[in-house]
Design a protein around this ligand. Sequence first.
Ligand code: GDP
Length: 310
Amino acid sequence: MRVVALSGGVGGARFLRGLVEASDPDELTIVGNVGDDVEVLGLHVSPDLDSILYALSGLADEERGWGRADETWNALESAAALGGEAWFRLGDRDLGLHLVRTAALRLGEPLSTVTGRLAASLGLSSQLVPATDDPLRTWLATPAGRFPFQTWFVARGHRDEVDAVEYAGADAARPAPGVLEAVSTAALIVLAPSNPYVSIGPILAVPALRTALAARSAPAVAISPLIGGRAVRGPADRMLERLAGGTTPAHVARCYAGLIDALVLDEADADGGAAVAELGVRPIVARTLMDGSDARRRLAEAALAAAAEL
Ligand code: GDP
């Protein structure tokens, strides 16, 4: 069964590990977020694509939640000692990937092409495609000013409340090659348990991709990133509270209005299922904490089972 999954970095990648175990990885196309891409020390970093690459190739540092296992930091330390920027942590092993990608982009290779090569080199059998090859960057308007995503998230520790999210460049962004084909031939579309505003939002901001998802023939299932109305990690709950007025499953479902047929929500949020159903979205109650490989696989199976009933 062909599956398309829209995904951010950490939460998304965790779910994708379950999905490749619960379904045929050869039939999976992952559409990744590039809104939080950043240039650091002259290198093009795609944090969400990299989290997915590392998670699916078994290279990720599971405890830290980002970057590679067995990492060392010599290059960054020497850059810092020489007055280079060190606010964005790039480990020695991780740097290899950024060097390869940056060199390819400088030679004019599109991000999707180099991402495909990196995925193949790391042994992934699924397709990993950025939502777009065009420049699309997430900006946050906050009471302290307007910041690019990584300045807000990493440098300022996402302490500023968010008044608005902007996807700069989105209007002119075209889906990367293969994205629309994957959506039109998929038997199932999955929105991973990622931040709706800063992980899935930038993907949905690509106009032709959004149109294709709205006109889908396959069922679309989202998994809520909230448990008990709280983010497992990160600012999703604070953002939903301020931007959408609450953190119930219905608030999550409304982020994807017209784009999903079912929402997998946690047992702790089961009370909110009826309000989701009123939106015309089928609520599916499951245990959604991915605290191990069994839990990841079971959550993926719940999403697949939900789709089979739609
Ligand atoms: P980022 O791009 O690296 O910020 O990662 P994502 O947006 O893909 O993932 C962040 C989201 O994943 C947060 O909103 C978390 O609440 C959510 N998340 C992380 N772990 C889990 C989990 O075990 N279960 C669920 N349901 N959500 C999770």
